[in-house]
Design a protein around this ligand. Structure first.
Ligand SMILES: [Zn+2]
Length: 385
């Protein structure tokens, strides 16, 4: 959870609202992985939630009672009012985070400065071409603070690209032509890989009911998936069920298992299991390149490493500080009241109110409903033209 400095903006934090000092907060959800939406429930109602349209669909599917969900299109810039009374607000632009469907990085711009929150992200150089990150002379805009996904911010985590790992997985499957393939998949985000395997081997991929539902909701080629285990031989299986492979092989149901994670660092084989460093997060060299290009004035981190990794983490932090502009580290969580925005006589005249967001299957705030919720009526969303 990050409370953005000098604002009432909370990113990926829904569990701690009871402890917060101020009554009014606005919330962002970078993506729909459970460690980021922890605390949400159908009765949760602490403020508006801003997220991508895909994430909004998944929230509505899982927590159908939550009101005031505002899907913002990726690549569009919105003016979000933090406090109508003193006209404080901030420009917000979402950037595709290349992590799981609907995952975004968030660019905040305003009197609080320019802050880029990566959420969970897998860096690709094309991110730096995003119009919102470039000025009119095609150079990157100055970033005052970068809040970074540092999951693999340690030099030994220098694993290959997803494309390389996909080729490796295809090779593993081809080396075991008469075997069923079980791939350990805990949460979503690897659908692109499964689609590629389905097309390459010309077979349906077998997934759980809940995974199939998500694939359908997000329109991720549901025609290539099935929940009937007789329809194919490539299965996406929860990690906790992978031990059953031993039993299957004893019974003559030849099966190999493939585990996917950046934590493996490199490819390894322990028959009948294979470990492939297919990661949804950036490798260390990708993180380093990203920070070198962005050159933030200040750097802070999303993940607090455990004790065992603290030493390596501190070393990595120094490497990144060297490529950032200065060594002024931020702690990430801080609260100060919203900054008062100085406006002229026609104050706010350049703001144009956005049309009501489309209803997408769950309760989305409309003006009449806002009046019924006094704790929310300080917030409205405007479109910055
Ligand atoms: Zn994630």
């Amino acid at each position: 959870m990050v409370l953005l400095p000098h604002t009432n903006i909370i990113i990926d934090g829904f569990s701690f609202t009871a402890q917060l000092e101020q009554p009014h907060y606005i919330f962002f959800l970078t993506h729909f992985h459970s460690d980021h939406y922890q605390g949400l429930s159908p009765s949760w109602n602490r403020g508006p939630i801003y997220c991508s349209p895909q994430t909004a669909l998944l929230i509505c599917d899982k927590f159908s009672g939550i009101p005031n969900i505002y899907p913002l299109e990726i690549g569009e810039t919105y003016w979000i009012s933090l406090n109508l009374k003193n006209c404080a607000g901030v420009n917000v632009t979402f950037i595709d985070a290349n992590h799981c469907p609907g995952a975004v990085m968030i660019l905040f711009q305003g009197e609080i400065g320019t802050i880029l929150h990566t959420g969970d992200f897998r860096y690709t150089p094309r991110m730096l071409l995003e119009p919102c990150l470039n000025n009119s002379s095609n150079s990157l805009i100055p970033i005052n603070q970068l809040i970074l996904d540092n999951t693999f911010c340690m030099p030994e985590y220098d694993f290959p690209s997803q494309e390389m790992c996909t080729k490796l997985i295809i090779q593993i499957i081809e080396e075991n032509p008469n075997y069923d393939t079980w791939i350990a998949i805990e949460n979503f985000g690897r659908e692109t890989l499964l689609v590629e395997l389905s097309l390459y081997f010309n077979t349906l991929v077998i997934v759980s009911e809940s995974m199939f539902r998500r694939i359908e909701i997000l329109g991720l080629r549901p025609d290539l998936f099935s929940t009937n285990s007789d329809d194919g031989w490539i299965h996406a299986v929860p990690r906790k069920h992978m031990f059953r492979i031993y039993q299957r092989n004893r019974e003559g149901l030849d099966t190999i298992g493939i585990y996917l994670s950046g934590w493996y660092k490199k490819y390894s084989k322990e028959w009948p299991f294979y470990h492939v460093p297919y990661s949804l997060h950036s490798s260390f060299s990708e993180i380093k390149e990203f920070v070198e290009k962005i050159k933030p004035e200040r750097l802070s981190y999303i993940v607090a490493p455990g004790k065992s990794l603290m030493g390596v983490f501190e070393l990595s932090r120094k490497v990144l500080e060297d490529v950032a502009k200065d060594e002024n580290m931020m702690e990430g969580i801080e609260f100060k009241p919203p900054v008062k925005r100085k406006i002229g006589s026609g104050g706010g005249g350049y703001l144009k109110k956005l049309k009501k967001p489309k209803t997408i299957g769950c309760k989305i705030a409309e003006s009449e409903e806002i009046d019924e919720h006094p704790e929310i009526n300080k917030y409205t969303m405007h479109y910055y033209i």
